[in-house]
Structures are given as C-alpha cells and as structure tokens.
Design a protein around this ligand. Structure first.
Ligand SMILES: Nc1nc2c(c(=O)[nH]1)N[C@H]1C(S)=C(S)[C@@H](COP(=O)(O)OP(=O)(O)OC[C@H]3O[C@@H](n4cnc5c(=O)[nH]c(N)nc54)[C@H](O)[C@@H]3O)O[C@H]1N2
Ligand SMILES: Nc1nc2c(c(=O)[nH]1)N[C@H]1C(S)=C(S)[C@@H](COP(=O)(O)OP(=O)(O)OC[C@H]3O[C@@H](n4cnc5c(=O)[nH]c(N)nc54)[C@H](O)[C@@H]3O)O[C@H]1N2
Ligand code: SF4
Ligand code: SF4
Ligand code: SF4
Ligand SMILES: [Mo]
Length: 659
C-alpha cells in the first residue's frame, strides 16, 4: 500500500493505482473526458490535471501512478483556471456549437464539463474544420467536426471489443477518427456493436435511433438482460413514453461489464414482425379474434382431459428465450406428457448428463480474463456469442493463443494460431489423440489412464484426416499453457454424446483447464435461457407420437420452418406468442403475450448466473404476460401450480455453479 495526501486528506492506495483512481476511491472527483474506467489511461484531454508538490507544472492524474508521500491538490484556483483554459481550447478546436445535445438523448460530457467549470462563453474563435460526416453506417453517424480526439472510441474498439476497426489518421489539427484504412464505416470491418458510440463523450459518434427522443434526464433507465443469446449481457434500457429509445451495455453487468453486440444494442429497435393484438380461435377454418375468456376456456377444456397422459396427451414446447419463471410454470403444467424446449437439449443435454454424474465443471466467462490459451471446439463465438468472442479477440494481441477446431471455416480461423479442420464426426478421436500425445510426452498435469496411446493417435489420424504433427502441435500448445480455457459449442453438443463431453472434461483436467477451484471449461449454449431449460430438464427431442394436442409457448422468439412443420402436424395446436408467424397461422388457438421488455423475469446465462430482467415498458392493451396466461390455464384446468421457479432451477445436479 502507498500513502499519499490528496486535498489534505490522508489516503491509502494499492501500488500501481493512478492518482485519479485513488482520488475517486477517496470520494474526490476530478473532472475527466478521455478517461474511462474500462479503458487504458491515455492522458489525452488533460482535463484531469492536478498539482503535485515538487512538480513544476500540473500533471494529468489519469496516467500518474501514486507514490509514497505524494501530496496532491485537485482544486486550487490555478488548476480551475487551467481547466477552463483547456476546455476553451477543446471547444475552439472544432465545431462544438452542437445541436446534438439539444435534440437527442445522449448527454454530452464535454458540455457537462463546461458547465462544471463555469464556462459561459467561448473566449477563442472556433476553428471550424470541414470534415465530411460519415453517414454510411446503419446504426450511427461519425462527425469528426465534434470530436475531441479523446480516443475513447479507438481504445474501446480495440481493447474491449477486440475488433480494431477504428484508428486515428493525420496529425495535429487535422487528426480524425477513421475506420480501417480510411474507408466509410458502413464498408469497414466494423461489427456494429456500438461500443464506440456508448463511450464517446461528445456528439461525434451518435446513435441514429435515439436522436430526437429527448434528453437522458427525461428518460427512465431500466436494468434488464439481453435475450439475444446465452451470454446474458446486462443492459440499461432508456425508456421514454413507453418506448425503448436506446439500449446501452450496463457497465455493472456481471458478465459483459458494459459491452453489447449488435443484437443486444440494436435488434430490439429494429423489430419488423407484426404484433398479435387479440386472442384468436379457429372457427370454420378461419382464425378469428375472440375474448381471452373464450380462448382460455377452449384451451382448458381441450387440455384438461389430456393432462398427464404421456403419449396420448399433450406435447408441450417452450422457447428457451422466455423467463425462468414462465419455463418452470410451463414444465409443471405439462409434466407427464412430452415437455421440452425449442432447443431440444441440442446445446445442453450431453453436458447436463455429464454434470449429473460429475457435478460442477463448467466455469465462468470471467476465466477468459486471465487465460493464456483458448481451445475452441464447434463454437463460432465471433458470431453466435459475440461478447464472449470479444473477450477472446481482445486478448489475442496481448498474447492469448487460440486453437480452433471446426470442420467448416469460421471467423475464428483467421484469428487462430492453429486451426484444425478435422472430418465431421471425428471430434472424439481428436480429443483422445491430444490426451494420448500429452501422456506420451509426459506433459499431463493430472493422472489419466489410457491403454495404448500410440494406437489412439493413429486412429485419430485416420478418422480426422489431420496429420500427427498437427495434432501434436495442438496438444503441446494446450499442455504448455499456464491457464488454458476450453470453449465448446453446438458443433460438439448437438452430437448429443456424453462420451464426447466427458472426454473434453478429461482433457481439461489433464491440462489443468479444470483443476480444483479453477473451471476453465465452458459450453456456450444457445438462447438466453438455454441453461434454465437444461436445469429444468427440458432437453428431449420434440417428436410427436399420438399426442392429441400441442401447446407451444413461443413468446417473442422465432421458430424455424423445421419446427413449424412439426408443430403444424398436431391435431390441435395452441400457440402462445407475441408475433404473427407461420406457426400462429397453423394454430387452433393463439394467445398473444408480452415481449421480453414488457415483463419481468429471470435468465440463467451460459455460465450459471441467474440474472433479473426488469419490466421496461407496458404491453399493448389486451396483451398478457407469459406467466399470467399459464397461471390462468392452470386454474381453469384445476391444476394448482406452485410457481416456485427458484427451487425448480436448483433441483437438478448440474455442470454449472448457479450464482
Ligand atoms: N447472431 C446469432 N447468435 C446466436 C443465434 C442466432 O440465431 N443468431 N442463435 C443462438 C443459438 S440458439 C445457438 S444454439 C447458438 C449456437 O452457437 P454455436 O454453439 O457457436 O453454434 P454455431 O454457430 O452453430 O457454430 C457451431 C460451429 O461448429 C461447427 N461444427 C459443426 N459440426 C461440427 C463437428 O462435428 N465438430 C466440430 N468441432 N465443429 C462442428 C460449425 O462449422 C460451426 O462453426 O448461437 C446463439 N447465438
Ligand atoms: N436436428 C437439430 N435440431 C435442433 C438443433 C440442431 O442443431 N439440430 N438445434 C436446436 C437448437 S440449439 C435450437 S436453438 C433450435 C432452433 O430451432 P428454432 O427455435 O425453431 O429456431 P431457429 O432454427 O433459430 O430458426 C429461427 C427462424 O427464424 C428466422 N429468423 C431469425 N432471426 C430473424 C430475423 O431477424 N428476421 C426474420 N424475418 N427471421 C429471422 C430464421 O431464419 C429461422 O428460420 O433447434 C433445435 N433443434
Ligand atoms: S461499432 Fe464496435 S466494431 Fe464498429 S467501430 Fe464501433 S466499437 Fe468498433
Ligand atoms: S469520436 Fe468521440 S470517442 Fe472518438 S475520439 Fe472523438 S470524441 Fe473521442
Ligand atoms: S452477446 Fe448475446 S447477450 Fe450479449 S448483447 Fe450479444 S446477443 Fe445479447
Ligand atoms: Mo440454439
């Protein structure tokens, strides 16, 4: 610990802390613009200058480490004057006569700083450059005329997202933010995550959707969880007039620490499907609007005599995108029949089965933070679980090594140190060969018995089409890693092979990826509540036998044509959904329900975090929540249901440590 004095206050801070951070921890705010808690300090804007005894000139506190006996002042008259001068320079450098703050939701840190320092006018004639505004991006606009060159966007795109699209071009007053080799943003390598917009302290990067939606102070912020995939990113929903005006990553989000991908930030705003507005029932072959009472009465009358009869009864399918509350009620309501989820356990069943015998072995995404090697198998995380992909991509320039095992080409291939392209279906052979090589070379960190390693390797060469040297390279890289993490996805899990997952666990133990407290093995799973479906055992394949009715809780999810066709074969079909689709067209009864943002609920992410999503907006009149509809049906069927989702989630021994 280092002892120092700030504004006369005795402070203790760990070695390596910056003066800015130490001050903040002691409750002393120093104005900043370019600093951001998730970004490497840069010392660009100089607004955070402080006086340090023994230093000739004021110095930027964001890049200044604390030292023993340091005496710092942050609020002297001279500093205040300097800050105002720095701000005047910033304002005069470009066009900060900016309508953005007047018309839009984003509050401007630059403007706020100016108010804070008591700036009332521009003492200097602004130099109004004429940078071309880049409007080629579908979601945001880049206007370099309003840029203060703080490089937050550049740092965020590289350090947080790992995409390295943004950079600065030119020098001096002509310095500007550009994408790639100065190509239009819309044609660049940008993956549209919007992180740069979220960190921009001015109106230089502005979001198209939130313009003209009102000031941030006039909006309500609601904390929710993105329902886009099983990463489970925390979001702040900015709500105005019962409408989501903007979505930001929650910096306090347990999983994403502020980051979002395109799907989390922009998809909910670009919904094009048609909303269902009334319960519907098929009458004389036509779906016609009816009252809730009529629709629910018909459903209960139909289902009551069928309840609990496994094959001749009801087949029930629930989307893995709905809340754990709804899922648990659904399971209780239809227990006894075929009750499963839209994922049919394709991302979880084999993992759950191994979890039932082995207990917890899957870790948290956070283990990626200090991983030095990632072995990725059958998971296209750069596309399917983007924020998890960011965690991998951003660490590569810092030395993280990546081995990708995928028979097809994937975005990860060009980033990987080693890409293995085994033949389809040869994963088990490849994993066993890696184990065998590690054993043969004495590189294992835990015991593992294997009869004839040489034969195992030879068989893998035959099965996979990979040569032995490639397999050995992969095995050695993995064995030599200090803190390896093994990630796997649907390429592995859809094979529904416990043996395969068990082999991966064996490899993880052999290489120290899983060792005592350390859990460096993770399956990425599918939709937002895949893990909840797994915990509730909703993992069977959906195959109709003689069921007389099918109940599908689709919520606001999409259904594939494959699944729609399966459901359409039902003699009687009830669909609980938010949007009209091919499957609602086939239904006998349609029950219109609220969206993700219109009801509260819990989601269990891929690494076992049970996270709360709050209700942000009211559903249109006449629309009910998923749980309300299920409860009403249960009541009409005389089936009291407990609604104890929390205990239901904890009933099964699992591969995940729930938190
Ligand atoms: N943007 C977006 N993100 C999504 C979704 C979405 O629809 N859109 N869907 C979500 C859902 S429901 C799911 S399940 C997840 C899926 O996310 P992932 O688990 O990443 O699955 P895929 O994207 O299908 O990628 C699987 C990879 O496995 C490879 N593969 C196929 N067969 C094999 C094999 O035999 N062995 C090996 N080693 N690899 C194989 C494929 O080539 C592919 O690259 O994504 C989720 N994320
Ligand atoms: N045999 C087999 N069965 C499986 C699986 C498997 O790997 N193999 N995987 C399981 C898994 S993990 C899952 S998640 C389910 C998936 O099965 P489903 O839940 O039925 O969903 P998807 O296959 O994701 O299909 C979603 C559909 O919506 C469309 N769609 C998606 N986004 C949009 C959009 O923004 N706009 C429009 N207009 N359309 C959109 C897609 O094109 C697709 O047709 O299947 C499960 N069943
Ligand atoms: S949207 Fe994301 S990928 Fe694109 S430039 Fe901004 S931070 Fe980089
Ligand atoms: S665009 Fe915004 S975040 Fe990027 S350097 Fe300019 S002011 Fe900073
Ligand atoms: S990674 Fe998944 S949970 Fe996170 S923002 Fe993207 S879609 Fe949403
Ligand atoms: Mo999925």
């Amino acid at each position: 610990m280092v002892q120092l004095t700030i504004n006369g206050k005795q402070i203790e801070a760990p070695e390596g802390t910056t003066v800015l951070t130490a001050a903040k921890q002691a409750g002393i705010e120093i104005p900043t613009l370019c600093a951001h808690k998730e970004l490497t300090p840069f010392g660009g804007c100089r607004l955070c200058i402080v006086e340090v005894q023994g230093f000739r000139v004021p110095i930027a506190s964001c890049t200044l480490p604390v030292t023993n006996g340091m005496v710092v002042n942050t609020e002297t008259d001279a500093l205040k004057k300097s800050r105002k001068f720095i701000l005047s320079m910033l304002f005069s450098e470009r066009n900060h006569f900016c309508p953005f703050c007047q018309v839009s939701g984003g509050d401007c840190d630059l403007q706020n700083a100016a108010y804070h320092e008591g700036m009332t006018h521009w003492p200097m004639q602004p130099g109004w450059n004429k940078f071309a505004v880049d409007t080629t991006h579908p979601y945001f606009v880049l206007d370099n005329n309003r840029c203060i060159l703080c490089r937050r966007c550049v740092r965020a795109c590289g350090e947080l997202v790992g995409n390295f699209t943004l950079t600065m071009a030119e020098r001096g007053a002509s310095t500007l933010v550009v994408a790639d080799t100065n190509v239009p943003l819309g044609e660049s390598t940008c993956i549209k995550c919007g992180t740069c917009v979220q960190v921009c302290p001015t109106g230089a990067l502005i979001d198209r959707t939130s313009a003209y939606q009102g000031h941030e102070s006039a909006m309500t912020q609601v904390k929710s969880i993105c329902a886009g995939c099983s990463v489970g990113c925390g979001v702040n929903l900015f709500v105005n007039n019962n409408r989501i005006a903007r979505i930001e990553g929650d910096w306090a989000g347990a999983v994403n620490h502020g980051l979002l991908c395109e799907h989390g930030r922009y998809d909910p705003m670009n919904e094009k499907r048609n909303r269902l507005t009334s319960p519907l029932m098929r009458k004389n072959g036509q779906l016609v609007p009816v009252s809730w009472d009529e629709a629910l009465g018909a459903v209960a009358d139909k289902l009551k005599p069928l309840a609990g009869k496994s094959k001749a009864g009801v087949a029930a399918l629930v989307s893995t995108r709905v809340s754990a509350e709804a899922m648990a009620m659904f399971k209780e309501l239809f227990t006894g029949g075929l009750v499963t989820s839209t994922e049919e356990g394709m991302t979880t069943a084999a993992v759950s089965a191994v979890g039932e015998s082995e207990g917890v072995f899957e870790g948290k995404l956070d283990t990626l933070r200090n991983a030095d090697l990632v072995l990725c198998l059958g998971a296209n995380v750069a596309r399917s679980h983007m924020v998890a992909g960011f965690m991998v991509k951003r660490a590569l320039p810092k030395g993280l090594r990546l081995i990708n095992v995928d028979p097809e080409s994937s975005e990860l291939d060009e980033l990987a140190d080693l890409s293995l392209k085994p033949r389809l279906g040869s994963d088990l052979a490849v994993i066993e060969a890696m184990q065998a090589i590690i054993l043969q070379e004495g590189l294992g960190r835990a015991p593992l018995s294997m009869a004839e390693p040489a034969k195992v390797i030879e068989a893998a060469v035959q099965a996979s089409g990979l040569d032995q040297e490639t397999l050995a390279r992969a095995a050695r890289m993995l064995a030599h890693a200090v803190s390896p993490v093994i990630l796997f996805g649907k390429g592995i899990t859809a094979q529904r092979s416990e043996k395969l997952v068990a082999a991966l666990l064996g490899l993880a133990r052999l290489t120290g990826a899983v060792d005592g407290e350390r859990m460096g093995l993770l399956s990425v799973k599918g939709e937002a509540n895949s893990a909840a479906a797994a915990l509730l055992g909703l993992e069977q394949q959906f195959a109709l036998e003689d069921q007389q009715a099918v109940f599908a809780l689709v919520g606001d999810d999409y259904l594939s044509r494959r699944m729609t066709e399966k459901l359409a074969a039902a003699p009687y079909l009830v669909v609980q959904a938010s949007y009209a689709s091919a499957v609602t067209e086939k239904a006998d009864v349609v029950l219109p329900v609220a969206l993700w943002s219109e009801q509260a609920g819990h989601f269990v992410n891929m690494d076992g975090r049970v996270q709360a999503a709050e209700k942000a907006v009211d559903a249109p009149a006449g629309i009910r929540e998923n749980t309300a509809v299920l409860a009403e049906i249960a009541m009409r069927m005389n089936m009291p249901i407990k609604q104890d989702w929390h205990n239901a989630l904890h009933a099964r021994k699992t591969s995940l440590a729930l938190a």
